[in-house]
Design a protein around this ligand. Structure first.
Ligand SMILES: *Cc1c(COP(=O)(O)O)cnc(C)c1O
Length: 456
């Protein structure tokens, strides 16, 4: 087999600013050992997130120039609406400035005290918007999804038995919806199978519970379905996506993910009444229903991005580039979440730095070590992000201690990925010298963004 090459040529470039190891030691100390507090220009390979960090195509940039900035009824809106409708076949399509705005509007209408929202795993902004409305978010991930070392094809599936049991123990009228996150971002970018989606939909139907999709990475998910699930090998990713959306009553989308845009999102719905309530809220917080917090040019970039994302040469390269890093790590026995998912590598910091206890934050220590070694910035997804204090002020750690290295779309080349693997391998070889951290400053909510640390 020949090398799978990047399915694009480069027309416009952005220089990378290099730093020396000595400079990085100084910069990280100034950032209080929290990579979120580094300046982006001091990062060599920035894998903090794949959200809004991708490269737009020349067609998208041309679309930007074509943007119609009319306040109401712009051509850009109709191009955007057509692109979303082609995928979802949903009649009501509401643009928003990013995914969480769709969530805020949806759960303001559908949430509320005493309500439950069930999911495979709720993404953190989704959970925050559910809980802010007074409702309770419940994650019902399948058992294999909890084990970082087991390689199963659809570790993002919802646990159907747990779903049935939960519905049996509650009044179905109190369950606002089931919303499946595809791929499962917080669970390692792992896909959900079509079989699981269909079965969850069928359970919802029996109890008249609405069924939604958080579709931020729908194309990556559908690519996995094509290659891992029986009966889909001969369908196009677009056809698979259309089938996936056909089971849903609605969906929320961040166009910063699988729409190749730097900003944007949408809420798409089948129900006219719900759409009207959502649009009423949209006008208060986002804007008129044909632009929803976006410029006309953004709507065009999203419309074009949604057609490019289902290109299978792109998806093959995308999924392969993540798998490629995984293979390099595997050959050095470096622990990471298996199998590799759609948009990121998740290093298993608990196993990687098994000499650092949870209360000394191995994930944070590992993300600092990656920066010091090679200027790579990832994000801790462990006890800094999810740890809670008990009544005695003792840390209750997160179940997993991960470092997520999210790969921006179409942004880095294979040599960047080779460099990344070299940095991880070098850190692994010297792991015994890495020290744990203690927190010197933190805020009560979402502390990972601003916390400050010292080495112990
Ligand atoms: C990013 C993301 C969101 C939120 O979207 P924003 O555009 O960041 O507001 C919701 N769900 C999932 C699965 C995501 O990855």
């Amino acid at each position: 087999m020949k090398t799978i090459i990047e399915p694009f040529r480069i027309k416009s470039v952005e220089p990378i600013h290099f730093t020396s190891a000595g400079q990085r030691r100084q910069l990280l100390q100034e950032a209080a050992y929290n990579p979120f507090l580094l300046k982006a220009r001091d990062v060599i390979i920035d894998l903090l997130t794949d959200s809004g960090t991708g490269a737009m195509s020349s067609a998208q940039w041309a679309g930007i120039m074509n943007g119609d900035e009319s306040y109401a009824g712009s051509d850009s809106f109709f191009r955007f609406e057509e692109a979303v409708r082609n995928l979802t076949a949903m009649p009501y399509i509401i643009p928003v400035h990013q995914g969480r705005a769709a969530e805020k509007i949806l759960f303001t209408v559908k949430g509320g005290k005493g309500k439950y929202v069930l999911s495979n795993t709720l993404f953190d902004t989704t959970r925050a918007n559910i809980e802010f409305s007074g409702a309770t978010g419940v994650d019902l991930l399948c058992p294999e999804g909890h084990d970082p070392a087991v390689a199963a094809p659809f570790k993002g599936n919802i646990d159907l038995d747990a779903l049935t049991a939960f519905i049996g123990q509650h009044d179905p009228a109190d369950i606002s919806m089931v919303i499946l996150t595809v791929t499962n971002n917080s669970g390692g970018g792992q896909p959900v199978s079509m079989e699981n989606i269909k079965a969850a939909r069928a359970i919802c139907n029996q109890h008249h519970i609405p069924f939604f999709i958080d579709c931020c990475r729908f194309a990556e998910n559908c690519y996995f379905i094509k290659h891992r699930e029986a009966g889909y090998a001969h369908k196009t990713v677009l056809e698979i996506a259309q089938e996936l959306f056909s089971y849903a009553d609605g969906c929320t989308m961040s166009a910063k993910k699988d729409a190749f845009a730097n900003i944007g999102g949408f809420l798409a719905l089948h129900d006219a009444q719900l759409a009207e309530e959502c649009r009423n809220l949209l006008i208060i917080t986002e804007g008129f229903p044909t632009y929803g917090g976006l410029a006309g040019r953004d709507l065009d970039a999203i419309a074009i991005g949604l057609t490019e994302i289902v290109d299978e040469d792109y998806l093959k390269y995308r999924i392969r580039s993540i798998e490629y890093i995984g293979e390099k790590l595997e050959s050095h026995n470096i622990p990471f979440l298996k199998p590799t998912g759609g948009h990121a590598i998740y290093l298993d910091a608990k196993a990687f730095l098994d000499h650092i206890p949870a209360h000394q934050y191995p994930g944070q220590a590992l993300s600092c070590a990656l920066y010091l070694e090679g200027g790579v910035r990832g994000v801790e997804i462990g006890s800094v992000m999810f740890g809670k204090y008990d009544a005695d002020g003792k840390l209750t750690p997160s179940a997993m201690e991960l470092v997520r290295l999210a790969i921006p779309r179409r942004t880095y080349t294979q040599s960047h990925m080779d460099y990344l693997a070299e940095v991880i391998i070098a850190v692994y070889e010297n792991r015994s010298a890495i020290k744990g951290l203690k927190i010197t400053y933190e805020t009560p909510f979402l502390r990972h963004f601003t916390a400050k640390f010292e080495t112990v």
